[in-house]
Write a protein that binds this ligand. Sequence first.
Ligand code: NDP
Length: 496
Amino acid sequence: MSSLKHFEAVAGALALPGSAVIDGELRPAIAGATFDNISPRNGTLLNRVAAGDERDIDAAVRAARKAFDDGRWRRLHYREKKRILFRLAELMERDIEALAVLESLDVGKPISDALGGDIPNAIRTLRYYAEALDKVYGEVGPGTSDRFSFAVHEPLGVIGAIVPWNFPLHMAMWKVAPALAMGNSVVLKPAEQSPLTALKLGELALEAGVPAGVLNVVPGLGSAAGKALALHMDVDMIAFTGSGAVGRLLMQYSGQSNLKRVSLELGGKSPQIVFSDCPDLEAAAAHAAWGVFYNQGEVCTAASRLLVEEAIADKFLDKLLGVARGIVAGDPLEPKTNFGAMVTAEQMQTALRYIETATREGGDLRLGGKRTRVDTGGFYVEPTVFDGLTPEATLAREEVFGPVLGVLRFKDRDDAIRVANDTVYGLAAGLWTSDINLAHRAAREIKAGLVWINGWDSCDITMPFGGFKQSGFGRDRSLHALHKYADLKSVSITLR
Ligand code: NDP
């Protein structure tokens, strides 16, 4: 049985990656700059990482373009591409413990989540797209007796992937795997808070035989490396997950440069709606609690608004609080921990500010509300629950991206759907009911890209993932994601 000691020993023996991966080489930043990579586990310096800027991004984009144009990956036989991507998946499996420890150290997530969730999910994603790459078919048009027409999916070229810190490797893989599977080259810019597994992925890709220049990883600040990538004239698409504020900038950068495509996954304020005919209150309470507290609440689909029907609200809330009290908060490297540290001091302060605001606005604090484990130097906040919110409350409207749940009680079922939709976001929603008609109707009425009925987030790679409204556009996961990284070309042959 693995223990804290074991994972500390693994962490101690790891060489932490800090160099960019550009054109098949590990490189420092051209300017020689680095940034400090801090562990949220205890606030200490993990390592110094190359701080890429415009010049590093330009070198990576040039390498990616050259690789794309000379066809070293794009023109490779599909069997060979598949073999290499499967080999990469094997190498990730070989190094799964190291990858999980890197992720846990970097962002403070429980090692059991990293080892049982993040890294296996990233590997599954890679295998899914490796398996799918030779199953992408074009179309034959109706044509005429003297014209044969068909449409083919052509890779876009150079993809810039800008990814967040909450599921660093998993989110990176949602973009890198389908982009590579379609024959593109990629420049990946990990978040400054979480560069380690992306850099390791770049190294493993080279070991697996992904040709030089096809997958480049450039760490650096968003305002320097991210911006340079999004403004670059030779990048064909930016695939992004992160905040709405940066999403808006990316669309501006696209307009200011080469009108590159942009796909945005921007988070939400997802409702979990529990009707009084909920078929299983215990299961619903567990899903409602974990729907918001999983990964310390740093989840774009976090079920941060609980809408519960008045008739069962007290009973349901007691059950939910019972589950929440059983959460084992602690050292991320301790295998028993299922609730770790928040990613940065700033993110922790953001959560604490929302707690303060909810208290000031008259929310009824039922659980948590404080920073904990202060003596560790890490960034820990208790699972927190506020009851008695109105739909106008700040906590009912704004994304916290932390472990703070707001409870809203409803009497009128139609009103519940109205309140659920009363948000600028539209990423995910949950519904708990035994009434199949209500379930179907509500699922169709709710403006969200993902609706889960009598369950919460099965993380199913076969189904599209993405938002409505200000939660963004474009889909990750499923075969739809492959098409996102391709252009449709119509070819007509005049027959003589
Ligand atoms: P950001 O949106 O700032 O970061 C996401 C990615 O964008 C990072 O790689 C970041 O780089 C990069 N970036 C930042 N500025 C620019 C820019 N000007 N041009 C190009 N790329 C840029 O998220 P934060 O980390 O600041 O988190 C803030 C809030 O965003 C959270 O509280 C949460 O609400 C939301 N968020 C949503 C996520 C989701 O899954 N939808 C994930 C993460 C955050 P770098 O980090 O190096 O600056």
